[in-house]
Design a protein around this ligand. Structure first.
Ligand SMILES: *Cc1c(COP(=O)(O)O)cnc(C)c1O
Length: 332
């Protein structure tokens, strides 16, 4: 696996730290827990989209683009990081926001990531839940092309075979860190949504034969659908990497038991997990992704899903800017 073959712009703060969570480990009394700090990737408060955007912006610039177009939920972290990346490279940025939650509080519709999108100078447009957002992006791209612009369309979450390379790279980075300190990782856990993170991470781990099982904690789709989405994208990713066929269906495992009432809707377990990490480790999670992912990890540790003497790493994919959109979720 030789990722230098692909266009890339280097702006992420890498490698991100791999840290023990000693107080959380003691509190739960199960497996030894580690955290890979991908909330510290730089770029507009960090998160997993920075790694994907290194390859997506690399591709956009290689193709002569002058404008980025992407879409997401109102409080999309991906939208915020895309807006920042566009600013960094002097590109125009159009963000199409879909109302996936029905939350009409001013905090949700204007604060958190939306405030940051605007701060980075992106142009925002809003769409009702259920809109065909890919079609809306294509319509805008045609309109801009007619005006002589060169738009580059990034799918929701930056999740295609190009963006997923960022997480193949993360797999290399994590395994190198673990090897360096003589740490044998038994399991990796993270939140999974638009599938690019898990697809790229699994693709990278399989390509180097790391034999570290990955568990994606779903935040939207039911388990079977999530696994199928991740599997299909992982297959396209390894094909793009030049090693088609190496990802098997059994490499892709998701658990969607922690979604609650729906995408972007707070749950008690999420709120507990966010508070626990804030108070035991001084680490900020988020209400939509990592809070639910950590709820899953905590619940599975307490049910004995992981052996007590095993080492489990949580991939912290970021999102803390979203906390400011959900001030009432935490009973403070
Ligand atoms: C987008 C996102 C995820 C999910 O990553 P996907 O590649 O969309 O599956 C997880 N955590 C945070 C904070 C995110 O913004």
């Amino acid at each position: 696996m030789h990722l230098s073959r692909f266009p890339r712009q280097r702006f992420a703060h890498l490698p991100t730290p791999l840290e023990p969570m000693e107080r959380l480990t003691r509190h739960l009394g199960g497996a030894r827990l580690w955290i890979k700090r991908d909330d510290c990737t730089g770029l507009a408060s960090g998160g997993n989209k920075t790694r994907k955007l290194e390859f997506l912006v690399g591709d956009a610039l290689a193709k002569g683009a002058d404008t980025l177009i992407t879409q997401g939920a109102t409080q999309s972290n991906h939208a915020r990081q895309t807006a920042a990346a566009a600013a960094r490279f002097g590109l125009d940025c159009h963000i199409l926001l879909e109302d996936r939650t029905g939350n009409q509080t001013p905090e949700y519709t204007e604060n958190g990531n939306v405030l940051l999108d605007r701060l980075h100078g992106a142009e925002l447009s809003r769409f009702a839940g259920g809109t065909d957002m890919n079609a809306a992006m294509e319509a805008l791209a045609s309109e801009l092309r007619e005006k002589g612009r060169k738009p580059y369309v990034i799918p929701g979450g930056g999740s295609n075979a190009i963006g997923a390379l960022g997480y193949a790279n993360c797999a290399l980075e994590l395994v190198a860190q673990a090897n360096e300190r003589g740490l044998k990782l038994d399991h990796a856990v993270h939140a999974t949504g638009s599938a690019g993170t898990q697809a790229g991470f699994v693709a990278g781990l399989v390509a180097i034969n790391a034999q570290i099982p990955v568990l994606g904690i779903g935040v939207r789709a039911p388990k079977e659908k999530q696994e199928q989405n991740v599997y299909e994208l992982a297959c396209r990713t390894v094909e793009h990497m030049g090693v088609p066929g190496i990802v098997k269906r059994e490499h892709v495992v998701a658990n969607s038991d922690y979604v609650g009432p729906g995408y972007g809707v707070p749950t008690d377990g999420m709120a507990e997990a966010v508070k626990l990490l804030a108070r035991l480790e001084g680490i900020l999670l988020d209400p939509v992704y990592t809070g639910k992912g950590m709820h899953g990890l905590i619940d599975l540790v307490s049910k004995g899903f992981f052996a007590k003497d095993s080492d489990v790493v949580f991939l912290h994919t970021g999102g803390s800017a979203g906390l400011f959109a959900y001030p009432d979720a935490f009973d403070l």
